[in-house]
Design a protein around this ligand. Structure first.
Ligand SMILES: [Zn+2]
Length: 312
């Protein structure tokens, strides 16, 4: 199947899904417990909205160490990428793929806030990049999709490169600094409306030079969005990705509830929301082998998000 055909199928899948989501009456104005990353880290750290703390830092990866290949010359507009939609139109919101077939998408959010960077700098946190998850996915050749914040990419450029280099991994956008796009989003500090478009555009620009399987998929922090937030992203030509299986892995203290939450809800076409943020999701790597085994038992197969949305 040609790339064009695949992309067209993905777009058709996305449009069908929007209808499904609307018919369900499920909006994400009131998301279930997802991703309360900064609930325990109020904005007492540093100056909210001010410059990020001086982390050991990593300049913008304008020239990642890759050999010259097609990924070095991203096409203007990125119109052929999975999730790409016509700029100027309100982005579709998908929560899952077609309920036929046996594919499911494992998605991992890589959050990073100024408060989290402050925790790393002060030694209150060791890592927000769970290598055990990446190693397990690599070892078992499991496809996955990673929603990266720009600040996480800046903090972990080597791991970002490793993710981009894996042909089974897709890269997607989770904002620059994990600020809220609506009022009342798990206590996350709010991003001013006039900065929303540039925040997301900037994050695509940060991820893009790493090449690999780039997409135009985007996930809001906490899955919090409203009409104004969607309208702000219309110029960017993207697809908003929620999820229908919330694992509850942030701040979990045991792995069994995560496994139970996922396996009790997962179905063909599901998008499973997990976290790569180690210190804030410390049980996810322990849960993952059990989740993978449970998916196998149910005849479900992990696939990159674009393939799940295209219906396999
Ligand atoms: Zn998040």
């Amino acid at each position: 199947m040609s790339l064009v055909t695949v992309t067209a199928a993905a777009l058709v899948g996305a449009l069908v899904l929007v209808v499904t989501v609307l018919r369900d009456g499920s909006t994400s104005a009131t998301p279930s417990r997802v991703d309360p990353v900064q609930v325990t880290a109020p904005a007492t750290e540093g100056t909210p909205g001010g410059p990020p703390p001086a982390t050991p830092a990593t300049p913008e990866p304008t020239t990642p160490a890759r050999s010259a290949d097609a990924s070095r010359t991203p096409r203007p507009g990125s119109a052929d990428r999975p999730g790409a939609t016509r700029p100027g139109t309100r982005p579709p919101v998908v929560a899952h793929g077609p309920r036929t077939g046996n594919l499911v998408a494992l998605t991992f959010d890589a959050d990073m806030t100024d408060a989290m960077l402050g925790n790393l700098r002060a030694g209150r946190a060791r890592s927000y990049a769970n290598l055990r998850i990446v190693e397990l996915l690599e070892r078992d050749r499991v496809p996955a999709t990673f929603f990266l914040t720009g600040k996480w990419v800046e903090r972990y450029p080597e791991l970002t490169r490793r993710l981009a280099d894996n042909p089974r991994f897709e890269l997607a956008n989770h904002t620059y600094g994990h600020l809220a796009f609506t009022r009342d989003c798990y206590g996350l500090p709010r991003l001013p409306a006039e900065r929303m478009t540039e925040d997301v555009a900037r994050t695509f620009r940060l991820i893009e030079p790493y090449g690999g399987r780039q997409t135009r998929y985007f996930r809001f922090p906490g899955l919090c969005h409203d009409a104004a937030a969607l309208a702000a992203l219309a110029p960017l030509g993207l697809t908003v990705v929620d999820g229908d299986v919330v694992s509850g892995d942030p701040f979990a203290t045991a792995w069994r509830p995560i496994v139970r939450a996922v396996l009790s809800k997962v179905r063909p076409g599901s998008i499973v929301v997990l976290h790569l943020t180690e210190e804030n999701a410390a049980m996810t790597d322990e849960a993952l082998p059990h989740i993978l085994a449970g998916l196998r038992d149910r005849g479900l197969r992990p696939a990159p998000l674009s393939e799940v949305l295209a219906g396999g």
